[in-house]
Write a protein that binds this ligand. Structure first.
Ligand code: DGY
Length: 334
């Protein structure tokens, strides 16, 4: 039987499709699987069910003799050196679609909380400072009717745009490939930054988007505008964001992702009352995470059966095209 490494805990019922067709070795001690553990256990494994916290680089791939397929339990694959995978003949799968709606919900939860100052209000109540109702106390901007600028109009960006229409927002967006989106206007990044009340980052991290929102871009935003990031931390220059918040260049920020991640408890970003940070929970609903694990397992089993994978990552080694019937020991991948 082929060996498969799983680099974080996956509940047994979700691994069932793999049981009987592969010998499974799982890191189930919490936290991310240590590199030394990966280096020790990957050689001889044909498959790897990986996490976005694994740094998958050429060194690891060199060590992982016999590895044919990586199936990552996330849509983002910026932790994977995809061209090194291709060079090593390693096929990669990931988990798009199944987390789209949960992540868009999180984007809305973050923007509503930040714009309407919900965490600050809750803190006032908890600290016993809730005084009599005051007509001028705790005022904020409006969410409804705001102009939302969505940077990246992929699946998640489009799901955010659908929600924005329900809030009577005006939607503007940037997209890397031309997209016709109903009731939304495509504009360039600088125009979007200038006119939006809320800027939401929902674009993948790569060489082009790393550091895309820096000092100059933040300066273009309205001084009342909020920056929301549900994509990847390094798309925003953290030092520039700290400086912008300190100087009141923007109204506030709400971040599901940060750079670095995890963010140390004494990080300056956490000192601002108008900066809300949550720990990369965009897709953390029971439904989405189970669906992600299910798809990651399905990618792996498809590969081991030499069948096309439900979600193969273009740019990695070719996926199988074969017609293995799916019973008995799977053939070795070619
Ligand atoms: C992803 O899948 O890339 C998210 O960041 C985690 O759900």
């Amino acid at each position: 039987m082929p060996r498969v490494l799983v680099s974080d805990f996956i509940p047994g019922d979700l691994l069932d499709p793999l049981a009987g067709m592969a010998e499974i070795e799982m890191w189930d001690q919490g936290g991310r699987a240590p590199r030394a553990w990966l280096l020790k256990h990957l050689p001889g494994c044909e498959g790897w069910l990986s996490m976005l916290s694994d740094d998958i680089d050429a060194e690891l791939l060199d060590a992982a003799q016999g590895l044919r397929v990586i199936s990552q339990m996330s849509v983002g694959v910026d932790n994977i050196d995809v061209s090194a995978c291709r060079e090593h003949g390693v096929t990669v799968g990931h988990t798009p679609d199944v987390l789209t709606e949960a992540t868009a919900d999180t984007a809305f939860a973050l923007m509503a909380a930040a714009v309407r100052r919900i965490p600050e209000g809750a803190q006032i109540v908890k600290s016993g400072q809730w005084g009599p109702w005051d007509p001028w106390h705790f005022l904020s901007g409006d969410l409804h009717g705001a102009t939302i600028g969505i940077v990246g109009m992929g699946r998640i960006g489009q799901a955010i745009a659908r929600r924005a229409r329900g809030f009577d927002m005006e939607v503007v967006y940037t997209a890397r490939s031309r997209k016709e989106i109903a009731d939304a206007t495509e504009i360039d990044l600088h125009g979007l930054l200038r006119m939006s009340d809320i800027v939401v980052i929902s674009v993948g991290l790569d060489g082009e988007t790393r550091g895309m929102i820096g000092r100059e871009e933040l300066k273009l935003m309205k001084e009342t505008a909020f920056l929301v990031n549900v994509a990847r931390g390094p798309i925003v220059d953290t030092d520039a964001l700290v400086a912008a918040l300190a100087a009141g260049v923007i109204g506030g920020a709400a971040l599901d992702v940060t750079d670095p991640e995890p963010l140390p408890a004494d990080h300056p970003l956490l000192e601002f009352h108008n900066c809300l940070v949550v720990p990369h929970i965009g897709s953390a609903t029971i439904g989405a995470r189970r669906a992600m694990a299910t798809l990651a397992v399905a990618n792996l089993t498809a590969y081991l059966r030499q069948q096309p994978m439900p979600a193969w990552l273009p740019g990695s080694a070719q996926q199988p095209q074969g017609d293995y019937p799916g019973t008995g020991p799977p053939p070795l991948a070619g």
